[in-house]
Ligand binder design. Structure first.
Ligand code: CTP
Length: 403
């Protein structure tokens, strides 16, 4: 999303200016072009030379500097830019923006700017919580600017609280998400993804589970969110961190996953069920830890769990329903049968016995199957690439469905 984007980064005078140097570097690595405008106070913390070297562009600091690149610098800057980003944004610049004051190059550039503006406030907690600052921030939001809330943590003044400039990687992620919501090819879609395995308790310390890591489902959720979709990720236990920007719901058992999925089903356009759902649960869940006996084995009586996807298939209205089939034999026949049985629009089938496929691997080898019998085989590829390919099919079909 950031490839080729032209960003004017406004840097104002707070201790977090040093982080803005890394921010420029990360924005450039993501493919953006960055031109930095600094206030005089910002230049007291880090020299313009540092930003010039990192951005590879002249740094603008002064309205009146004779040798500047353009005649009317602030107008040239906003004409060049696709968007402005202010990080760190002090209480002072926020106050000036809220009051319409233009008394230096940065505030004048902001006032002249008709492009999107993202503001990253960063200051001491007491200042941030002041009514006047909050009212000013609310004004900027009301006028269409996008505010990235500050992080909570240790502050330069020695206290701990809200007001830290978020980490540069998080700011880049935020900008990417903003752009995805404005321009992403899936921005009109609400996508529900399930991921990882469900667990069925046996006693307070044991459960029935499976080997699913969640990698495939999390990759789909991230890819959909990066392409602008509103994503709800419902996941069984997983070691993975939920992708930024998705609505995350953590569940444990199949019944919990079913309840969560049904809660959102009516409002989504697409459901992608990558979760490895436990088909059976223990008939009795012991309230105390089950003790072993020296000479005897024990039996577990298992009850059938609901088939979530089958329930969704039977209640389907406008949703595009994608299932997964993890098979160890008769891949195509088994997967095709699941399409019919569960009323799916597509199934992603993989033979989990193949090298580089299935649980815990970073790659997958899959086939897409459709209700009309069509099959598309994909090469072995990264799960992130499989995710993109699934979403390409989803996009094409949802567009056709809507016509
Ligand atoms: N699934 C589900 N609820 C279940 C079992 C599976 O929603 N109780 C979903 C999975 O998320 C997946 C698809 O159904 O998208 C296929 O799962 P799989 O376990 O391969 O199929 P089953 O129908 O359970 O058949 P079998 O276990 O006999 O292969």
């Amino acid at each position: 999303m950031l490839k080729g984007k032209k960003i004017v980064l406004g840097v104002t005078g707070g201790i977090a200016v040093y982080k803005a140097v890394d921010l420029v570097s990360k924005l450039k690595k993501a493919g953006a072009q960055v031109r930095v405008v600094m206030t005089e106070a910002a230049t007291k913390f880090v020299t313009p030379l540092t930003f010039k070297e990192i951005s590879g562009q002249a740094v603008a600091t002064d309205m009146w500097y004779a040798n500047q690149e353009f005649n009317v610098e602030h107008i040239a800057l906003v004409e060049w830019a696709d968007m402005m980003l202010l990080a760190p944004a002090t209480a002072n610049i926020i106050g000036k923006m809220a009051a319409g004051i233009a008394d230096d190059l940065l505030s004048t550039t902001i006032l002249a700017c008709q492009k999107p503006i993202i503001v990253c406030p960063a200051m001491n907690t007491g200042m941030y919580n002041k009514t006047v600052v909050q009212e000013n921030i609310n004004k900027l939001a009301k006028w269409g600017m996008t505010i990235m809330p500050p992080a909570v943590g240790h502050l330069a003044c020695g206290t701990t609280g809200i007001g830290r400039l978020p980490e540069p990687a998080d700011i880049v992620e935020f900008v990417q998400q903003y752009l995805a919501m404005q321009e992403g090819d899936l921005r009109a879609l609400k996508v529900l993804v399930t991921a990882a395995g469900t667990r069925e308790p046996i006693d307070p310390v044991r459960y029935i589970g499976n080997r699913s890591s969640g990698k495939m489902g999390y990759a789909i959720a991230k890819a959909a969110s990066d392409r602008g979709a509103k994503v709800i990720l419902i996941s069984g236990p997983s070691l993975l961190a939920p992708p930024a920007g998705v609505e995350f719901i953590s569940v444990e058992s199949t019944q919990e996953m079913l309840d969560a999925v049904l809660k959102y089903y009516d409002e989504v356009d697409v459901v992608i069920k990558a979760a490895a759902v436990a088909d059976y649960k223990s008939n009795v869940v012991a309230t105390q830890k089950i003790k072993k006996h020296d000479d005897e084995g024990i039996s577990l009586l298992l009850d059938r769990n609901p088939d979530i996807l089958k329930i969704l298939g039977s209640r389907k209205k406008k949703q595009f329903l994608v299932g997964f089939a993890a098979e160890t034999q008769n891949l195509l026949a088994n997967a095709q049968e699941k399409i019919q049985k569960k009323n799916l629009d597509m199934i992603v089938a993989n033979d989990v016995t193949l090298q580089g496929a299935g649980f815990n691997a970073d790659t997958n080898v899959v086939k897409f199957l459709f209700p009309d019998g069509k099959v598309r085989s994909l090469e072995k590829m990264a799960k992130s690439a499989v995710a993109e390919a699934i979403l390409d099919v989803v996009k094409e079909n949802v567009t056709i469905l809507r016509k």
